[in-house]
Design a protein around this ligand. Structure first.
Ligand SMILES: [Zn+2]
Length: 284
């Protein structure tokens, strides 16, 4: 039975190991730290890359620390995604507002918002190695301050989209105010990442008709709400039917538990018989 100081010492050791340079993470023997809350799944043994697969029977650690290998070993095996088919957008002076993509393809979309609060380095590797298609709705000051981080996710296949400058609720604000927030952020993100965002998410999901007009005038094709939220690894559904449906959009944030959120989203999508796909392959 480990005493508290011993547990603390182990935790410090593990934390130190965890903070080693990213290049070391997937190469050497990979100590695995299975959290007690998630039983290993038999389907999770094969990873899509050559990363060392840890034993799913690894013991939990006092710190609850889970390595990249732990997450990789639990990524479900998805059927091959269908060839994407773009959805038609009505010609209008306003951007369309959607909670989900009107597609019958058996796909769902993972979106990650904000960017200022937490940026764990292992998230980049997880997205790259597990080939997770993600769309990032970023606030431009966070993107400016941490460009290298988001560029690394972009290089891993992620897309950068627009989430305003100041993360202020836009609903009820003047056209000029909203346009400044949306165009100002789009201009900055285009400069930083080499592509002008075509999608927009309003802070807190709060928008009005002016938002959709201003978004359109800033080059936005679609404004997205969401169908599920994911926090601390738990997927929350908006209906009592706990299933991810074709075209659904899952929302999570750059928060400390993003690794758990990504894994939770992948598991929920898999359980629903769907495959994750890139939002921009369908819209924009
Ligand atoms: Zn936000």
């Amino acid at each position: 039975m480990a005493s508290t100081p011993v547990r603390r010492a182990i935790a410090v050791f593990l934390l130190t190991a965890f903070l080693a340079p990213a290049a070391c993470k997937s190469a050497g023997p990979d100590p695995t730290f299975a959290g007690p809350e998630t039983p290993p799944t038999p389907s999770a043994s094969a990873s899509p890359s050559a990363v060392a697969s840890p034993s799913p029977s690894a013991k939990p650690t006092p710190a609850g620390f889970k390595s990249l290998g732990w997450y990789m070993a639990r990524v479900p095996q998805f059927p091959q995604a269908p060839t994407p088919q773009r959805v038609g957008l009505p010609e209008s002076g306003s951007a369309i507002h959607w909670s989900r993509v009107p597609t019958t393809h058996k796909v769902a979309f993972i979106t990650i918002d904000d960017g200022a609060l937490s940026r764990k380095p292992e998230v980049i590797e997880f997205i790259r190695q597990a080939k997770i298609p993600v769309t990032m709705f970023l606030n431009s000051p966070a993107a400016t301050e941490h460009t290298a981080y988001f560029k690394a996710i972009q290089e891993a296949g992620g897309m950068v989209e627009n989430h305003t400058i100041s993360h202020t609720s836009l609903k009820g604000k003047s056209y000029d105010f909203q346009k400044r927030e949306i165009c100002g952020s789009a201009d900055k993100l285009e400069k930083l990442f080499g592509r002008r965002p075509t999608l927009f998410r309003a802070p807190f999901g709060e928008k009005d008709a002016t938002t959709l007009k201003a978004a359109h005038d800033c080059g936005t094709q679609a404004v997205f709400f969401w169908t599920q939220t994911v926090d601390k690894g738990i997927v929350r559904y908006q209906t009592s039917e706990k299933v991810v449906k074709p075209g659904d959009v899952l929302l999570m944030h750059f928060r400390p538990a993003l690794m758990d959120d990504l894994l939770g989203a992948l598991k929920a999508i898999h359980k629903s018989g769907l495959t994750p796909a890139l939002l921009e392959d369908y819209v924009g």
